[in-house]
Design a protein around this ligand. Structure first.
Ligand code: PLP
Length: 244
């Protein structure tokens, strides 16, 4: 044994519930791809497991989930550490929440993809963390589409300089953009705007071809506008405590 403990298995009822909800979401994705004239299976489903235990991650992995998303360092670090090495090796861990600069070194130890890079100091801190951990991280630049950066995200005019900073960082690979549709916006309008910013970025950085967009409520709109990564939590795991 390596010292990591196996999380208990999810109950059979929980596993059945996750299987049911996952298949409903997969059907939604397939239908949206068909409606958008995109091949089925194109977008990567990142199942957002925040607030839910490692036993749910295990159950999801058994159902074929290969990508999980987390948004709080302390919770994510503990949860990933609970996974047995084989389950861990089969998963891509996506960090999707705001990263405090002093948590970047921790995030760099377990995240495979960081979706929420939004400032130069964070690029620096993740690069240091990646170097110390001997790991390469894929990063997406998070954009604040309405310019209200209080919930994370860079303003559009900062994207080019952030991209240049990531390009200089040897332990970071610039892979694309991420956004959350602003609450009072039509998601189609938001994701069309994101697609246009993604195309601008890709013109200068051909490897930055990922678009992380779409959650439980708006994944169809994200698929219409070229999302390559969907971040879906409540539609699969259920409502989070304190979130109705
Ligand atoms: C929690 C979260 C999600 C998942 O949202 P749901 O509405 O539960 O699907 C997606 N993206 C980010 C950045 C999140 O924090």
């Amino acid at each position: 044994m390596t010292g990591s403990t196996n999380p208990g298995a999810a109950s059979a009822a929980r596993a059945a519930e996750l299987a049911q909800r996952l298949s409903t979401v997969r059907e939604r994705i397939d239908r949206a791809c068909a409606d958008a004239g995109r091949p089925a299976g194109g977008p990567t489903l990142v199942v957002v497991t925040k607030f839910y235990p490692a036993s749910d991650v295990l159950a999801l992995a058994a159902l074929g989930v290969r990508d999980i998303g987390e948004n709080r360092d302390q919770e994510a670090a503990a949860k990933v550490a609970e996974l047995d090495p084989q389950t861990r090796a089969g998963l891509q861990v996506h960090f999707i929440g705001q990263v405090q600069t002093n948590k970047a070194a921790s995030v760099a130890r377990y995240a495979d993809v960081v979706h929420s890079v939004d400032r130069a100091r964070l690029v620096e801190a993740l690069e240091h963390g990646g170097e110390r951990a001997g790991r390469q991280l894929d990063v997406l630049l998070q954009v604040s589409l309405d310019g209200d950066t209080s919930r994370g995200g860079a303003v559009e005019s900062d994207l080019a300089s952030l991209a240049a900073a990531v390009d200089q960082a040897r332990h970071l690979r610039l892979r694309g953009v991420m956004a959350v549709a602003p609450l009072d916006w039509d998601p189609d309008e938001a994701f069309a705007r994101l697609a246009s910013l993604a195309a601008d970025l890709r013109a200068d950085h051909p490897g930055a071809d990922l678009i992380s967009a779409g959650m439980s409520g708006d994944l169809e709109a994200a698929i219409r506008h070229g999302a390559t990564h969907l971040r879906v939590g409540t539609a699969i795991l259920g409502s989070r405590p304190g979130h109705g």
